[in-house]
Design a binder for this molecule. Sequence first.
Ligand code: ADP
Length: 161
Amino acid sequence: MATAVYPGSFDPVTLGHLDLVQRACRIFDHVIVAVSNNHSKKHTFSAAERIEMLKNAVRDIPQAEVDTFSGLLVEYLKTKKATTVIRGLRAVSDLEYEFQLASMNRRLYPRTETIFLMPDEQYTYLSSSMVKEVGRMGSALDGMVSPFVAKKLRLKFKIRR
Ligand code: ADP
């Protein structure tokens, strides 16, 4: 069975992330969406909240599984007996960071292959941080996140609507 791991912060999961999960599931039998729980990075949502939102997002995708990991991604890959990493490329601006990350992972664990997927055009401008900025201002988030995530954002930012 071909397994791929899609790691990320997912703080919170957007429809752009979900578009990637759907694409990855057309290529791989099993896709593990792995929420990084790295304490050095400051997140808006706790790992438990991020996992809850992801589980809700992929509930109708049987090949997708949600998990969490802390520490190095390559160590997590080994525990899952996986060597394929999925990452997304929205624009050229993503490339530098993604290139560094993929190169480092391959250096640490040479069997690692990173596959980059492009989201549907409508999601190329979407990021978790942008969604949080818009959500904080109380704007509607239709077409950017699921209604479930939009509600969690409203609760987080104490916006009554
Ligand atoms: P990280 O902190 O690891 O970058 P993110 O949740 O921000 O975590 O992103 C995880 C991966 O998903 C990254 O490869 C990122 O480029 C990709 N990604 C984020 N938003 C989108 C989007 N709208 N469309 C496609 N890929 C995306």
